[in-house]
Design a protein around this ligand. Sequence first.
Ligand SMILES: NC(=O)c1ccc[n+]([C@@H]2O[C@H](COP(=O)([O-])OP(=O)(O)OC[C@H]3O[C@@H](n4cnc5c(N)ncnc54)[C@H](OP(=O)(O)O)[C@@H]3O)[C@@H](O)[C@H]2O)c1
Length: 299
Amino acid sequence: MNDHAPRPASDTPVTVIGLGSMGQAIAAAFVGGGHPTTVWNRTASKADALVSKGAVLAKTPAEAIEAGGLVVVCVLDRGSAQEILGPVTDQLAGRSLLMLTSLTPTEANETSAWAAEKNIEFLGGAIMATPDLIGNPEEASLLYAGSSAVFESHKAALELLGTSTYLGDVAARASLLETGLLASMYSMFTGFFHGAALVGTEGITAKEFTALAVPWLKAMTTFLPGQAEFIDKGDYTTDVQSLEFNKGGLDHIIHISEDQGIGTSVMKPVAELIDRQIDQGHGPDSLARMIEGIKNPKA
Ligand SMILES: NC(=O)c1ccc[n+]([C@@H]2O[C@H](COP(=O)([O-])OP(=O)(O)OC[C@H]3O[C@@H](n4cnc5c(N)ncnc54)[C@H](OP(=O)(O)O)[C@@H]3O)[C@@H](O)[C@H]2O)c1
């Protein structure tokens, strides 16, 4: 190969700072993909297994940064990332920094602004996976926001971790989207728990319930794109599934739950969101209008 020929992506040296359970999985995926991989961790012994597979253990964060075309930081939180990176900003200048440490949207934007000031190319990421799923594109999804140059030039390496989605140059977006997905997940689980508690009052097991709940919930997800259309247009006019129609259903669920002697703390806030919109005269509108009460808790 001559000096000017493009190098295969797996030649790109990568550095992983932070070898907790997630950092170790990330570094292992890079090593497995053939990337020269340098690692650093406060507790050096956590690098042993990676070193036996070919990773190089740096003695200091500065040494680790010098080795990497892409520097990935995956430590506990923003505070620990700052402790590590604060003293080595000179080494980071001109380099690509991928922050896979979980940050809030505000922290991500502040970190992005700090990086811009220090001439560091910054990409933020959110990991929608547990460490055991890293390296499996069907199960691990990673959301990225920040420098498109970092994302594009290291896409092949990032694909080794899981499916990659780039969300634009505002760093907060990755963390915000992650939080939105988690909020959807917790609400779905909580609704499922309410249903399981309800059917359990007549001896139906959670397993029996699940056999019907899984296809039901899957079928319901087909309505999400339609709901999204109402939300994005801000026009909730409909002739099906109005708030008034759904109020009947919710009142029914609350009434039956009380009759069966279980709590209503999951369903009552849902009914309240519907009632608030109806009280404001929006009864004929789509159920999607509930989002207005979430966006503005006083509305
Ligand atoms: N695990 C998951 O399922 C998961 C999923 C999505 C996102 N994440 C995110 O990934 C990041 C890492 O998570 P993890 O599961 O790998 O956590 P972890 O297993 O608890 O590891 C924490 C890492 O942070 C380092 N650390 C903590 N405080 C430090 C300090 N003051 N100075 C230097 N290093 C410090 C630890 O070093 P020592 O080894 O020396 O203690 C270790 O490398 C977190 O932001 C987490 O939210 C994790």
